[in-house]
Every structure is written in C-alpha cells, then in structure tokens.
Write a protein that binds this ligand. Structure first.
Ligand SMILES: [Zn+2]
Ligand SMILES: [Zn+2]
Ligand SMILES: [Zn+2]
Length: 249
C-alpha cells in the first residue's frame, strides 16, 4: 500500500490569511511550511481511497496525479475534513462514501445537492476496500460526539491515522492500534501553545510511545510551529505530498 499525505495543515491552512508570522511568510514562498487542509490518499494495486476530503482537494488530486477515487472515509463532520468533496464530485459521480451513520448524516446534509453512495460503518468492525482492511476506532474530539481514527491493514503491515483527537483515546482503541508500522498523528501545536481539541507534540510522542509505533509522523499542523526546515530538527513533521510505501522499498 502507498500512503500520501495530501494535506497536512490545520483548519486555517498555512499561510493563514492575513498573518505575518515567520512561518506564514516562509509558506508564501512555496516551501514545505505551506500546508493545505487535511486529506490522506491510500492506494493499493486495486484502487484509491481518501481519508477525509478537505477544502483543497482539487489542487491536491491534480498534484498527486490521481485519476479516480474508489471511496472516501470521513473521520468527522468538521469543515476542514469534508468540504472538498464537491471538488471531484462533478468530475466523478456516484462516489462511495463511508463513515459512522451520524457523521454521514451531518456531512450529507451540508452537501445536500450531492448524492454519493452512502455506506454506514460502525466502530471496531473491519471492512474491506481496494484489497485493504479498514477499521474505524473511537477517538476524542469535543464537541464532536463521535469522531474516529482509521486503522489500515495489509498482510502484516499496519498504518494508523488518529484523525482529530485529544490524547485521551479510549483503551479499546489503544488495544486495537498497538504496534503500527506507521502512526500518522494529529499534533497541531508545540507544547508552548495551549490546545483543547487536539494533541500537542508532547502528547503525540507520548501516544506513539504507548502504542509502540515503529514510526510516527505528525500532521494537522498549525502555523505555530517554526518554519518547516527548522521545526523538523525537533519534530517529525509531515508535509504536503509526503509518501510512505509498504513494504518499505
Ligand atoms: Zn481538523
Ligand atoms: Zn502565521
Ligand atoms: Zn476536527
């Protein structure tokens, strides 16, 4: 399987409109500090699945050279995770969408002019798409009542995407996501910035340690980090377009 971080930004993206901070100034030059909104592309020999469809999706799919989407899994009903769905809907009709019943209901109410093929899925019940096994697991992202992360398995390979979450992920989820080959973790800010709905970098490192992740990469990043080339000396920050392949080549 191949995983591409299409968008590694938080809800505002970086640069933030109207911001003069060093990171936003760096991002305006088109460096890796430039971060579009959240989406992850999962590919196998059989097809292509998106985890979330942030508002920058058109640009992201063009850049990744993606020609067709076989399914979209939505983690939760926040604008920065679903609002780009219409970006390919007029190119490709009848897209299969997956998620918790309440998440699908909320998003499809917002996107009521679109009629994708809805597939309700429950937490902790694995299902197969494009030859890969996907499992949704509960995370904690108030005020969203039910928010999920996604675990993807292919043979012995295990990839975990936390989705938007605080550190207090339920034990049932922790037991499920133990020892992944790759943990893609929400780490919106360095610990110097206070945050309630997400993990900071300390908490994301702590989660990676607890579950024994072989590799961890941070995403959903804000402009509160130093410019990318400086910040990566301290943190394993992802960037838009970063690719992981399994088995590792
Ligand atoms: Zn978000
Ligand atoms: Zn800024
Ligand atoms: Zn969110």
């Amino acid at each position: 399987m191949k995983i591409t971080l299409l968008g590694t930004g938080d809800a505002t993206g970086t640069p933030v409109i109207g911001c003069n901070c060093p990171t936003c100034q760096d991002a305006l030059k088109g460096t890796k500090s430039q971060r579009t909104r959240f989406a992850v592309l999962v590919e196998s020999s059989q097809g292509t699945v998106l985890i979330d469809s942030g508002p920058d999706l058109r640009y992201q799919l063009l850049k990744a050279g993606t020609r067709h989407i076989d399914g979209v899994i939505w983690t939760h009903g926040h604008y920065d995770h679903f609002a780009g769905f219409a970006e390919f809907h007029r190119v490709q009709y009848n897209v299969d969408v997956y998620g918790l019943p309440e998440t699908l209901e909320y998003i499809l109410d917002y996107l009521q002019f679109l009629h994708p093929k809805k597939h309700e899925r429950e937490m902790y019940e694995p299902f197969n798409l494009i030859g890969l096994e996907f499992t949704l697991f509960e995370v904690v992202h108030p005020p969203v009542k039910k928010s999920i992360g996604v675990m993807i398995r292919e043979g012995d390979t295990k990839v975990v995407i936390t989705g938007d979450t605080q550190r207090g992920i339920p034990q049932k989820s922790i037991d499920l996501i133990m020892e992944p080959d790759l943990l893609i973790a929400d780490a919106i800010v360095p610990p110097t910035v206070e945050v309630k709905k997400h993990m900071n970098t300390d908490e994301a490192f702590d989660l990676a340690n607890e579950i024994g992740a072989k590799e961890v990469i941070f995403t959903h990043l804000s402009h509160f980090f130093a410019p990318h080339e400086e910040a990566i000396k301290e943190y394993p920050l992802g960037y838009d377009g970063l690719v992981f392949e399994f088995p590792v080549k």
